[in-house]
Design a protein. Sequence first.
Length: 121
Amino acid sequence: MLILIKIIHTVVWAVFAGAILVLPWFIARRHWRCVGWLVALVAVECMVVAVNGMRCPLTDVAARYTTNRVDNFDIYLPVWLARWNKVIFGTMYAVELVWAGGSWGRTEIAKRRRTQIPKTD
């Protein structure tokens, strides 16, 4: 059962890590709908982790099947990545949110300027 949980946990982690890794591509190309969906997806995961005491709920499920508590006992990641996962991907996500917000804001301001009717004297 622990192997199945570790596989599921690793796949779930890969989806969220992948979302964070592809966000810059969509931000740079100003694909705001995709940016919005990816930001929302990761935000839901952040809320789940926050509500669960800053732990993935799958960690608690895996803990039922082993006494091992090394940082990667519940997921197929290298120990160093399992240990620093939240710091690495959390920092990336925060930077991407700031970048996306600033870039989107500049895009909206530019749109409004282009659509304004010029004043004639």
